[in-house]
Design a protein around this ligand. Sequence first.
Ligand SMILES: *Cc1c(COP(=O)(O)O)cnc(C)c1O
Length: 401
Amino acid sequence: MSRTNASGGPGGMPDATSAVDFSRRTLAAQAMGKVDPATRAVVMPLHVATTFIRDPDNGYSSGFSYARPDNATVREAEAVLAMLEGAEAGAMLFGSGMAAATAVFGALEPGDHVVAGTVMYWALKRWLREEMPRRGIAVDFVGTDDLDALRGAVRPGATKLVWIETPGNPLWTVTDIAAAAEIAHAAGARLAVDSTAASPFHTRPLALGADLVMHSATKILNGHSDVVAGVLAGATADPFWGRIGGIRAGSGGILGPFEAYLLMRSLRTFHLRAAAQSAGAGRLAGRLQGHPHVARVLYPGLPDDPGHAVAARQMRDGFGFMLSIRVAGGEPAAIGTAARVRLWKRATSLGGVESLIEHRASVEGPGSPCPPDLLRLSTGIEDTDDLFHDLDAALRGAHAG
Ligand SMILES: *Cc1c(COP(=O)(O)O)cnc(C)c1O
C-alpha cells in the first residue's frame, strides 16, 4: 500500500504525528487521527446543526454559516476520501453518485463537446442522452478501451470532458487511464473517471493523470447497503472545480450528516472489506471459468481477459469485487439461474458485504451493450465455498430445466 503525507490533506493528523508518513490504510482506520477536542472521544461527534452563531463583528470565525453548502461531519468523511484518492483539490460528497456525476456535466458550457464510454453506468448514460442535448452539449459514446477509437472521437478545442468508467459496468472492460488522460489533455479536455468498481483500494486515477474521480459511495466505499452517496475528488482546485462546488452548494446536493457519519464509519474498515471482497471475486472467477454451464467469465483479473494487461498495470492488490458470467443456454438459463440462488441476493446495486446477483439486460433494456445471457455478480465477504456452491447448484438447476 502506498504511503501518503498525513500533513498534506485537509483535517490531517495532529501535529505530534504530522511529520510521519502513514499508509492510507492507517489514516482511514483512524479517520485521519481526529479526536473530539471537547471530550477526547476517538469518534468525532455527529454535527446536525443547520445554522451557526455569528461573531459580534458579523463574521463566521468557525467557517460554518449554514448547512446546505457545508457540514463538519461531511468534511471529515471528505478528508478521508481525498486522502484515499490523493486529491490535492480535496473531495466533495453528494447525496448520490448520480448527483456527483451530474454536477460535473452541469459545470460544462453550452457548445462544449463530451466523449463518454459505451460501457458505463446505465442510468448516467440515459441521463446524458436525455439531458445533454437540452443544454446544447453534444455527447459521443465510444468504446474507450480502444484508444484509437477514443483518439478519433475527441475534437481538439471542442471536447471539454472525456468521461470513462473502468472497469466498466457490467462487462468490466478496462480503459487505460494514463493513455486516456494523454488523449484528453492533448485535445484540451479534462479526464473524469467513474472509479466505483475499482475503488481507491485498487486504483488511484488522479496519480495516473486524471483530473476528476467520481464514485458512487453507495457501493463499496460505504459497503453496507444502507447509504446512498456520491463523491468527487479533484486533482486541481481550478475554476471548474470551483464551479462544481457552486453547483453543489446552490442545488443542495450535499450529503446529509447522518449518511456522512455512516460513511465515515464504513471508511474505517474499507481496506479490510475491499481486500476480502476482491480476493473472493478472484477465487470465484477462477472456479466459474471451468464451469460446464458458464460460457464466459468477465473479470479483468483473469489472465486471458482482454483488459488484463492494462488492469495489471493500473490496479494494485487485486482486480475488484465485480464480475459477470455469461450463462451457457442463453437468457432463459441466466434468468433461471438468478431465480434459483438461495444465498446470493437477487438485487440491484453492488459493493455491499452481502453478495448480489442481477440479470442486467432486463434492467438496462434496448440499446444496452449488455448481452441477454449475462449475470452480474457483486462479491461480498461471505465464504467463497458457500457462494460457489450456491451458484453451482443454481446453474445446474437452470440447465436441467
Ligand atoms: C451505482 C453507480 C452509479 C450511481 O450511483 P448512485 O449512488 O446510485 O447514484 C454510478 N456509477 C457506477 C459505476 C455505479 O455502480
